[in-house]
Write a protein that binds this ligand. Structure first.
Ligand code: NAG
Ligand code: NAG
Length: 634
């Protein structure tokens, strides 16, 4: 565990090669000229020619070093102080003048990933864009560091324990980190990692699926099935983009996905109602209820993007049919202003209990109402989903949204005893998915500017977009209020009815010290993605730069406090103390979601555009039906 970030671990160096580096055109041409000249002159070697040769060499060298100075200068003066410091730190850590000379030229100019249409030369005065290209590269470096730790100590396990340096199967043993990471590597253009993860999937995953025991239907669907389907599309399946040519043929991903989904369907088949059981035993394809017999509302309603897409590309409707029955059934159940309890019984098909929240077990029900409607190209036969979504968001605004005291942070609380019970000012970090979903629902993935020009926003859309921006601010302050700059798992908000002393986040400079209350049991951070996910969506939609700045601030805090020198990143036990106590775990969603959303936050907005893709709840992009151009390269 390092308190100050090292730029690379030893392991990273193997990835840190020229393949991923952008070469300026001038340099490439110069090099070509140089080697060409040397070659030609070699044939007729004489003293005169040797001198002439030396002169040419000298001139070319002068020209080259000028060009390289120019480029370094351009970047140095445009990237903010922190990046410069990072570079100096790299030099200091590496030690020696040679290291300095060495580290300087290849590190700058920043890499441009080949998959993005960033038309920049190093002399381009477009400082703003250069800064974000460089920051995007830092995110890519972080992903390489995370993967290298996993590969070294935990390859094939679900998750890495980065401090004790071994793997652990917390999700049933399907190598969840491999599959969750795969499309992130594809998106980042990291061909070596695509090869490693892809060939693991090709050679190992089918056996695992055939032999493993109990897995959770929802977790396995969103991470493994979702990851396979995205990888299928992004490597060219279904007329997709073919962002990477490495790894197996796309059809391997599809066949593996089908094998997995065939087994997952047993959770539906075993249940007496359309509501599936929570668990599946893979090796004998049997479905099983959770110990208390209940399924989570969000879990049974967060399978449809994946199952629908699998039906579309496999030509077999059974996956979509089973999954959509859940939502069709839920349409008919009674709700509280569109809000639903967090448990549902597969025995009766009815909701269970009265606990209403948008945090764990509730969250992605609301997300998928919107996203399945978008995925189906807002087709008329799924209009009911959009209606359920709009009604639910109205319910959120009426029943769950409050402002904190004294500074008026807008937050979403809970109704643990239903609409007639008391309000709890508790907000899970998980709820921070909501700003992104609200913004996406308002403009359907278009920019706010375009939606305004086209007169496309209803009253509800405006309300939801406003709430999205307010909540994103709150989610950001949940980070900024702590000593580490990282959010706790759960925050409470000071209201007229509720306050507690002495439970601040520890950042004395934050003006929200009295608004946000962090209980001792809730002070951990699991490297969760929801806030940066929302910042990504809000940046794309509003085009307001502050969302990028906030994302960068959060990324820097992850770098500073969660990076493990030997490889990987670790969860924290307490974000309010310095140095923070650590937990020994790197969750798969750090690679699948957190780093992917940060990378996309800093990328061009036409890369994986929001009006052509929906991201499943594990950040695996799935193309929108009929969206023209979804298959073209971003
Ligand atoms: C919507 O209806 C069309 C035409 O009847 C059908 O092809 C499609 O599968 C339906 N979509 C869903 C999600 O049911
Ligand atoms: C503490 O709060 C101040 C004021 O909002 C902010 O500028 C700073 O970045 C915060 N510190 C951390 C570690 O986030």
């Amino acid at each position: 565990m390092s308190s100050s970030p090292l730029p690379y671990s030893v392991k990273d160096v193997s990835y840190d090669n020229a393949k991923f580096r952008h070469r300026s055109l001038t340099k490439v041409v110069n090099r070509m000229l140089l080697s060409h000249k040397v070659k030609r002159n070699c044939f007729t070697w004489s003293t005169g020619k040797f001198l002439a040769m030396m002169m040419i060499f000298g001139l070319v060298y002068l020209f080259m070093s000028r060009a390289s100075q120019d480029s370094s200068g351009a970047v140095r003066s445009t990237i903010d102080g922190r990046i410069d410091r990072d570079d100096d730190k790299a030099v200091a850590d590496g030690g020696g003048r040679f290291k300095k000379f060495w580290s300087k030229t290849p590190r700058l100019p920043p890499n441009l990933s080949p998959d993005e249409k960033v038309k920049l030369s190093v002399n381009d005065p477009n400082n703003y864009q250069l800064r974000w290209v460089s920051r995007q590269q830092k995110v890519k470096d972080a992903f390489v560091h995370a993967w290298s730790g996993y590969k070294k100590y935990a390859m094939g396990y679900d998750e890495l324990m980065p401090l004790s340096k071994h793997g652990v199967d917390g999700l049933g043993g399907l190598g969840a980190t491999v599959v969750d990471s795969l499309d992130t590597a594809i998106i980042m253009g990291l061909d070596d990692i695509v090869s490693e993860a892809g060939s693991w999937v090709e050679t190992q995953l089918s056996d695992r699926i055939n032999q493993k025991g109990q897995v959770n239907l929802f977790e396995t669907t969103i991470r493994v099935l979702g990851g396979l389907l995205s990888a299928y599309h992004l490597t060219g399946g279904d007329g997709g983009m073919r962002l990477s040519k490495k790894g197996p043929q796309p059809v391997i991903y599809l066949n593996t996905a089908k094998n997995l989904a065939d087994r997952l369907l047993s959770a539906f088949a075993a249940s007496p109602t359309v509501i599936p059981y929570s668990d599946v035993t893979l090796r004998d394809s049997s479905g099983h209820p959770a110990p208390d017999g209940l399924s989570s509302t969000s879990e049974v309603s967060t399978l449809q993007l994946e199952f629908n897409y699998l039906s579309m590309v496999s030509g077999d409707p059974k996956y979509s049919v089973e999954a959509m029955k859940v939502l069709e059934h839920m349409k008919g159940l009674s709700k509280v202003e569109g809000l639903v309890p967090i448990y549902i019984s597969p025995q009766t098909g009815e909701f269970h209990g009265e606990n209403i929240r948008l945090g764990s077990r509730g969250d992605s029900y609301y997300e998928y109402l919107l996203k399945v409607w978008l995925q189906q190209g807002t087709s008329e036969n799924v209009t009911y989903l959009h209606e359920m979504y709009i009604e639910a968001m109205k319910g959120v605004r009426n029943l769950l949204v409050r402002k904190s005291v004294p500074n008026g942070l807008v937050f979403v609380g809970e109704l643990p005893y239903g609409a007639k019970g008391s309000f709890s000012p508790k907000m899970d970090h998980l709820v921070c998915f909501l700003p992104g979903t609200l913004a996406l629902g308002a403009t359907k993935g278009l920019t706010k500017e375009r939606a305004l020009k086209g007169n496309l926003l209803t009253f509800e859309d405006f309300e939801n977009l406003k709430l999205a921006e307010d909540l994103a601010h709150t989610c950001f302050e949940m980070y900024s209020v702590t000593s580490t700059g990282l959010a706790p798992e759960i925050a409470y908000f000071h209201t007229e009815d509720y306050s507690e002393e002495g439970l601040g986040g520890g950042n004395k400079s934050s003006e929200y010290q009295n608004d946000i209350i962090i209980k001792h049991a809730d002070r951990h951070n699991l490297l969760r993605p929801e806030t940066v996910e929302s910042l990504f969506v809000l940046y794309r939609i509003t085009e307001n730069e502050k969302y990028r700045d906030w994302g960068w601030q959060i990324f820097e805090a992850f770098e500073r406090y969660t990076k493990v020198d030997s490889g990987g990143y670790t969860s924290l036990d307490d974000v309010t103390s310095l140095p923070p106590r650590t937990r020994d775990k790197m969750e798969t969603f750090f690679l699948g979601e957190t780093l992917k959303y940060l990378y996309l936050l800093f990328s061009d907005s036409d890369f994986i555009p929001l009006d052509k893709f929906v991201f499943n709840t594990e950040a695996h992009p799935i193309p929108i039906k009929g969206a023209a151009g979804a298959t073209k390269s971003g």
